[in-house]
Design a protein around this ligand. Structure first.
Ligand SMILES: [Mg+2]
Length: 235
């Protein structure tokens, strides 16, 4: 039974006017409306709370860490502007006594038989610091042999990097254990990947000149993404 009917029953002898009923009903209606409005607001607030997007802070960090672990096989120990930036002091700090060197776009441009004067000076500085060096290249024996002989260095041609057999042959010729050797080259998918798989330190240098072929452009495009992750992982 509605409360205002009970109230009116109690006031039988002093019956309220119709205006009283209207006022009483209006107040009750307003009260009900206010109450249901409050309820609705509460429900909306709860719904909003439940629908709030989950905190996104830790997720990208976890995702980035997992990505770095997956990509770390492609990360070099050092990434340098050019081979000239590699100093005997830097090698000393890494505990490196021998270098396995790539040829094309590391020591000289593709198919260039002579390195430029800066590279020749760098080779002299390395010899002066008693750093053992050998050339390891995927290029054909004709090209690699002529280049290595001109510099008076040993070589392994047609090395099939990133397979590790070539690295093992080069290390045997150097007479050094792999933990004292650094692999130096301009390509992530051959020099760095091979050196990392083998277990040596790896030094990536920027290519001397950009390549024009589609194959190389695709490789450089894929390398860019890895280098971005590498750069972020070092921050
Ligand atoms: Mg190269």
């Amino acid at each position: 039974m509605k409360p205002w009917i009970v109230l009116c029953a109690g006031l039988k002898d002093n019956a309220p006017s119709p205006a009283f009923f209207r006022k009483f009903a209006k107040e009750n209606i307003m009260k009900n409306l206010r109450s249901s409005a409050r309820k609705n607001l509460k429900q909306h607030a709860n719904a909003n709370l439940n629908n709030q997007p989950k905190k996104t802070g830790p997720l990208p960090a976890r995702f980035f860490a997992a990505r770095c672990i997956a990509l770390s096989i492609f990360f070099p120990t050092l990434y340098l502007e050019s081979i000239s930036a590699l100093t005997p002091d830097l090698l000393g700090r890494l505990g490196v006594r021998g270098l396995i060197l790539d040829v094309d776009n590391t020591l000289a441009t593709h198919d260039n038989p002579i390195p430029d004067s800066r590279v020749l000076r760098w080779l002299d500085a390395m010899r002066g610091a008693n750093i053992g060096m050998i050339i390891l290249s995927n290029n054909r024996p004709g090209r690699v042999e002529a280049f290595a002989r001109m510099l008076g260095m040993g070589f392994v041609a047609n090395a099939k990097k990133p397979l590790i057999s070539g690295f093992m042959r080069a290390a045997a010729e150097l007479g050094l254990p792999k933990n004292e050797i650094a692999v130096v080259g301009d390509q992530i998918f051959t020099d760095v990947l091979g050196g990392n798989r083998w277990g040596a330190k790896t030094i990536l240098v920027k290519p001397i000149e950009p390549e024009e072929t589609r194959f190389f452009r695709l490789k450089r495009f894929m390398e860019r993404d890895i280098l971005k992750a590498y750069g972020r992982s070092k921050k």
